[in-house]
Design a protein around this ligand. Structure first.
Ligand SMILES: O=C(O)CCC(=O)C(=O)O
Ligand SMILES: [Fe+2]
Length: 226
């Protein structure tokens, strides 16, 4: 399931993030790539322990915690501290699947990547290319969203970022371990949640809502792992 959350952060917040990113020290993206991904990857990243990455990452984590849509679609258990990348001068990241298990730098915490996320920090008209292309069962999705928009997609997907031939593409990218490992099951829970919300809007007194909410929670009980 691919979910777009428009205006996950405001344009003012995008501008604040960008002014901090301007002054940051970038390094080659291969520092965090596995052997195979390193061959596919040609971009810049902020080091994971960079103070600017941590400051902006904490802000993004706080915003994620308040997003009903992220909670409903991702059912987060653990979230990897957000990282930051920059593509320019033909930089790209060819087809890959994200590493399944990632250890949070400097800790013993391991996160299984179930949901991958990109928060766009450049406007689409600021760069040429730089599309995030995600292969799913319905074919290829070409993603190039407005600055401030967030996209969530299953970490099982093959995906790539096409070469940025003009301008510069800044983004934050990170992963979550979900309470529910399977994308298919998360989708069923998401649809059920949406229907319960819509029926509640129509008539909060509808007695069937109690039973439907029970089904939601009991499915989550069957399918979740903590
Ligand atoms: O920049 C993006 O949108 C995605 C980056 C990516 O796929 C990765 O770093 O694994
Ligand atoms: Fe990736």
């Amino acid at each position: 399931m691919l979910i777009r959350i428009p205006e996950f952060i405001s344009k003012d917040q995008v501008a604040e993030c960008r002014s901090l990113l301007e002054s940051a020290d970038w390094v080659h993206g291969n520092v965090t790539a596995g052997h195979q991904a390193a061959l596919a990857k040609n971009n810049l990243q902020l080091p994971e322990d960079s103070p600017i990455a941590r400051q902006l990452g904490d802000f993004i984590l706080a915003t994620l915690g308040q997003s009903q849509e992220v909670l409903a679609a991702g059912l987060p258990n653990k979230i990897y501290p957000p990282m930051f990348n920059c593509y320019q001068g033909g930089g790209e990241f060819n087809y890959h699947v994200d590493n399944t298990i990632r250890r949070v730098a400097g800790t013993a915490v391991k996160i299984r990547t179930d949901v991958s996320m990109t928060l766009f920090l450049s406007e689409p008209d600021e760069y040429e290319g730089g599309e995030l292309i995600i292969q799913d069962t319905y074919g290829e999705q070409r993603i190039k969203f407005s600055a401030g928009d967030l996209v969530l997609y299953p970490s099982t997907s093959l995906h790539k970022v096409t070469p940025v031939t003009e301008g510069r593409r800044l983004a934050s990218f990170f992963w979550m371990q979900s309470l529910v490992r399977s994308d298919e099951k998360r989708r069923l829970l998401y649809d059920l949640d949406k229907s319960i919300q819509a029926l509640t809007q129509e008539n909060p007194e509808n007695p069937e809502l109690v039973r439907l909410a029970g089904v939601y929670h009991n499915l989550l009980r069957q399918w979740s792992e903590t």
